[in-house]
Ligand binder design. Structure first.
Ligand code: KIV
Ligand code: ZN
Length: 524
């Protein structure tokens, strides 16, 4: 069986999903999980694009143990030098450089002639070699590129020093048979192709990203680029979890393997969805809430008789327990800790104690505690910072069919207890207005989402809010059995993140001090 390298681009192409921007700290959390689950290459960002991307790539480079860390760069020296510098601390650095090769892109986007593109390929790869010998090159819009020109550019890239040739279906236009044929033709017509690994990068505009990637593997590709939950530009990229589980499940037709630890799939899927605020659709393959739910009587009957009747992969294989009910209020700390470890989390002892007491609170209120509840608890803990300025102490709400919603909120802010009250069009509006009033912030709410973590009327609500202030944009998340409390927690989590972002900006200390003065009238 041959190995298929898994190249994860959640932190680069995934972050290009509209509204999915991630902080450096969030990216580090995801990269750490990708490293633990042994993806071969982590594309950590596009360093020249922003300071945040540069910082994320250098932090990830310094902290990654098993995976190659890759930075993206266009075919110019500034981009490449920036990527090279950001990767300085990586044990195994890779530069991924690209340029468009289709007639359409060359004429309208690049405004370059073919010869100029060929020259840019030579120059950019030569420049990248100053920093590393691991160089990936992509002809952007490859699936709509003239074949003879495509062969010529690939040959040039390899003779200039590229070690991986990535063929992107940039606009998700290809059909599986056609895409497989393209890979076969590249192998047949590029004389030096045996000196490089062929990779594919498929977008999902027609819902074919995974099918096209598999077809390419059958035709000879040995690296697949993909993202957790399939996030990415427009309709997204091939989903990592689907590629990995296809290879594992259909060995009869796909005699390949990946080095990825599939048991970590559920926890990383949850983390990415918490950090981006993109809920996974319930029927999403492998990681959707319903992926292992058997609803019809006939199916349930079959499952009870033999699970293979309706289940081709087990929940355990992606890191969920077979029995949905995992822990209850009588479960002990040891069982709780083991359960967290089985779900792919490693916390220090003091954090386990904190989480255990949160779990006990939850188990007191909720009859059944599911894996999904624990994933939410653990990810909330991971994405919370220790140095938060605002802490939610209490919320009480009164609302009804015939009365105005009123919320009373008590917070700890800069070590002072403050409290305030507000009316609202509904209870959530009242909670947010009360918080805004006492903290005295202008932040506007651009997205509000609520999701039931599990089934049942006692399910926890998972709320995410996107806040915008002064050109800064953050995602806040909060979980609780009470949707209003979860909403308040999410709003405060967002405000804390906003304050941290402001804190990083120049003059922010002054701004925060004057902010702290404004709250004095609400001190209790
Ligand atoms: O979709 C695409 O073509 C890309 C390239 C940068 C590989 O993301
Ligand atoms: Zn892409």
């Amino acid at each position: 069986m041959e190995k298929i390298k898994i190249f994860d681009t959640t932190l680069r192409d995934g972050e290009q999903s509209a509204g999915a921007s991630m902080s450096v700290e969030d990216k580090l959390l995801i990269a750490n999980k990708l490293d633990q689950m042994k993806v071969d290459i982590i594309e950590a960002g596009f360093p020249y694009a922003s300071k945040g991307d540069y910082d994320a790539v250098s932090e990830i480079s310094a902290n990654t143990k098993n995976s190659t860390v890759c930075g993206l760069a266009r075919a110019n020296f500034d981009d490449i030098d920036c990527a090279g510098k950001s990767l300085k601390k990586a044990k195994m650095p890779r530069i991924h450089t690209f340029i468009s090769t289709s007639d359409l892109h060359m004429k309208y986007k690049l405004k370059m002639q073919k010869e100029e593109v060929v020259q840019a390929i030579k120059d950019s790869i030569k420049r990248a070699k100053k920093y590393t010998n691991d160089i990936e090159w992509s002809p952007e819009d490859a699936s709509r590129t003239n074949l003879n020109f495509l062969y010529k550019t690939i040959e040039t890239a390899i003779s200039s020093g590229a070690t991986t040739i990535n063929i992107p279906d940039t606009v998700g236009y290809a059909i599986p048979e056609e895409f497989g044929k393209l890979i076969k033709n590249i192998r047949k017509n590029v004389p030096n192709i045996d000196k490089a690994t062929i990779s594919v990068h498929c977008h999902n505009d027609l819902g074919l990203a995974v099918s096209n990637s598999l077809s390419a593997i059958i035709a000879g590709a040995r690296q697949v680029e993909c993202t957790i939950n399939g996030i990415g530009e427009r309709a997204g990229n091939a989903a990592l979890e689907e590629i990995v589980m296809c290879l594992k499940t259909r060995k009869d037709l796909l005699p390949f393997f990946s080095g990825v630890d599939n048991k970590k799939i559920s926890s990383i899927s949850h983390l990415v969805s918490t950090i981006t605020g993109f809920n996974v659709q319930p029927n999403k393959a492998i990681v959707g809430k319903n992926a292992f739910a058997h609803e019809s009587g006939i199916h349930q009957d079959g499952m009870l008789k033999h699970s293979n009747t309706y289940e081709i992969i087990t929940p355990e294989s992606v890191g969920l327990s077979s029995s949905e009910l995992v822990l209850g209020k009588h479960s002990g700390r040891h069982a709780f800790k083991v359960k967290l470890q089985n779900l792919g989390y490693k916390f220090k002892e003091n954090k386990i104690n904190e989480l255990f007491s949160k779990f006990k609170n939850l188990a007191d209120k909720k009859k059944q505690v599911f894996d999904e509840d624990l994933l939410a608890l653990a990810d909330e803990e991971q994405t919370l910072r220790n140095d938060n300025m605002i802490e939610l102490i209490d919320i009480s709400i009164s609302s009804g069919l015939k009365k105005k919603a009123i919320a009373q909120v008590k917070l700890k802010y800069s070590k002072k207890m403050i409290s305030g009250k507000s009316e609202g069009s509904g209870p959530i509006d009242a909670v947010f207005k009360a918080i805004k009033k006492i903290i005295n912030v202008k932040a506007s709410l651009v997205v509000y989402q609520v999701n039931a973590i599990t089934k049942g009327t006692d399910a926890q609500a998972e709320v995410s809010v996107r806040l915008e202030d002064d050109g800064l944009n953050v995602l806040g998340v909060g979980n609780d059995i009470d949707t209003m409390v979860a909403s308040g927690k999410a709003y405060i989590n967002g405000l804390n993140k906003l304050f941290h972002k402001k804190d990083k900006a120049a003059d922010s200390k002054k701004a925060l001090n004057s902010q702290a003065k404004k709250i004095d009238k609400h001190v209790i």
